[in-house]
Design a protein around this ligand. Structure first.
Ligand code: NAD
Ligand code: MG
Length: 333
């Protein structure tokens, strides 16, 4: 059975005499910094001199410093900058300012696991990875709940690395939902696999393919949109609340029969073989090399696809239909 920890298993007081530097103030950074601060932890946010987030940090009531100064001052450094530029920032602005005994922390194992960052031997290296986007890490904390977290220890010099990671996880609200112990390898590889195969890549392709099949067969795009994209949320909510059983209990018998008999024709042995290949590319580091290489060249494929995908018919139809649903707060990339 996995090790899962809750607030009762953590001592936030372990961070009492620790200044935490949160490097970056994006999705995760703002959530960690504000939650830590409200849990009584002394926080400094590390940003570039010319960062547009500086005034935001200050108006949120937090201290801000240059990355190097924040690292100098802190005893725990949480690195929350984009993964594809993290190694460069680490080498230029963090590593030279690390002192022996400082704890180095990450929210995703990517750079350490694939060797782009090799932390010095004298430092504890931990991961505290919320299993949700930053705005939820913040919102749930403010509501009195939290987002489940993963914690892992890559290096334990002090003998307290795991307890420090648990304290941090509790301080950002994770201990209210559950903190699962894992490894850098497991977190990194499962996270990449999940986002590629189901959460982002798999789901997006399934939606677009189903939408296009209906439209090409002559059905109204609006009808196809409601069926293949809008309704997905209602089904996912049921899965989230009670698993497959609750979802199937809530749908009609007709839908349930179609689920058992047609679902396995959509995801086939061929699909599973491809999933395995995607996993192999993750495990071998081939995906990481490909993506870091792309990022070094300015991520041309990513930028081109952003444009192409935003012009897909399902996106155009969706933008129009959501305008008519005032209860959906407008979100645009
Ligand atoms: P983000 O893109 O939202 O924010 C990155 C922030 O880094 C920027 O807002 C900026 O403040 C800062 N930054 C950018 N360039 C910088 C530079 N040169 N010097 C200093 N600061 C700079 O990133 P994010 O999504 O919060 O991801 C941060 C980490 O959290 C990553 O390791 C990611 O894998 C991990 N993570 C993200 C999520 C998520 O849902 N977004 C979930 C779990 C873990
Ligand atoms: Mg992720």
């Amino acid at each position: 059975m996995a090790n899962i920890y809750y607030d009762k298993d953590a001592t936030i007081g372990l961070l009492d005499d620790t200044i935490v530097a949160v490097i970056g103030y994006g999705s995760q950074g703002h959530a960690h910094a504000l939650n830590l601060h409200e849990s009584g932890v002394d926080v400094v946010v590390g940003l570039r001199e010319d960062s547009s987030s500086r005034s935001k940090v200050e108006s949120d009531g937090l201290r801000v410093a240059n990355v190097a100064d924040a690292v100098d001052e802190a005893q725990l450094i949480m690195v929350l900058v984009p993964d594809e530029i993290m190694a460069e920032i680490y080498h230029d602005e963090i590593a030279p300012h690390l002192e022996e005994g400082d704890v180095l922390a990450f929210a995703h194992g990517f750079n350490v696991h694939f060797g782009a960052i090799e932390p010095p031997e004298g430092n504890d290296v931990v991961m505290i990875a919320p299993k949700g986007p930053g705005h939820l890490v913040r919102r749930t904390y403010a509501d009195g709940s939290g987002v489940p977290c993963l914690v892992a220890v890559h290096q334990d010099v002090s003998g307290k690395a795991k307890d420090i990671a648990l304290a941090y996880a509790s301080a950002i609200g994770g201990g209210r939902a559950g903190v699962l112990e894992t490894t850098f390898a497991e977190e990194t590889e499962t996270d990449l696999f999940g986002e590629q195969v189901i959460l982002c890549g798999g789901v997006a392709e399934l939606i677009k393919s189903a939408f296009t099949t209906l439209v090409e067969a002559g059905y109204q795009p609006e009808s196809a949109y409601f069926e293949t994209l809008h309704e997905l949320k209602l089904i996912v909510d049921l899965l989230y609340e009670g698993g497959m059983g609750w979802m199937r209990h809530s749908i009609s018998n007709t839908a349930e029969y179609g689920d058992y008999t047609r679902g396995p024709r959509i995801v086939t042995d061929e699909t599973r073989a491809e999933m395995r290949k995607v996993l192999d590319e993750i495990q071998s580091g081939a995906f990481a090399n490909e993506w870091l290489g792309q990022a070094r060249e300015g991520a041309p494929h990513l930028i081109e696809q952003r444009e192409t995908q935003s012009n897909h018919q399902i996106e155009q139809v969706g933008r129009e239909l959501r305008k008519m649903m005032p209860f959906i707060e407008e979100k645009r990339a």
